[in-house]
Design a protein around this ligand. Sequence first.
Ligand code: BTN
Length: 243
Amino acid sequence: RTLHHHAVLGSTNEVAFRLAQDGAEHGEVVVAEQQTSGKGRRGRVWVSPPGLNLYFSAILRPELPPQRAPELTLVAAVALAETLREAGTDAAIKWPNDVQISGRKVAGILTELSAEPERVHFVIVGVGVNLNCQAEHFPEELRETATSLSLARGERVNRAQFAAQLWTRMEEWLDLYLETGFDAVRTRWKELSSTLGQDVLVRTDRNELRGLAVDIDPSGALLVRTESGQVERVLAGDVEQLR
Ligand code: BTN
């Protein structure tokens, strides 16, 4: 399998996107020691200091209709949470794709898509995991809400070993998903989730919504029961867990 390793680049997602446009194959991976413009969801920055953390992007060419591509984000979240639990933590998934340890964000996933209305050309699944960074690497405003695996465990993490374990889990879940569909992923996602059963405030591009997170539906959308008893379906947004 082809692994594109870079000492420093802007964003592994961007490099992977370009490689895919130039014909890279399903399963090719881009990793970097450092990103100078690591991208988070919703236009945010992903803090990417050199040598400490994991930044990688996988090029996938699944045979899926484009509307199902978001399910791949949940596939990656399940693999991430399992790998972090195997590393001895209480990692849990906050919908849709933040992975947290003791309520603090340790990893994020940014999925990007190139598609026609009927067909996916390729999907880039970008994963950032805070492995060995320390509190001072986070900007002030993230210090209370972000963590790293090493901060959580109190010892250094072997990055190559973690990356290998994560990739193994990702391939397992991806193969199962592509062979049997979303059901098994959805079941496992629910077991690993910290969002379901919580009161949440959801901010989408258009509005805000408050209610009880009751389920994720067969396509991965979050179902929120509002005060009026109506169940709203949320496809994309930011979730604040109120309790
Ligand atoms: C989030 O906002 O939670 C998603 C963060 C995703 C960060 C990773 S790091 C590797 C890949 N390259 C990027 O530029 N972003 C993703």
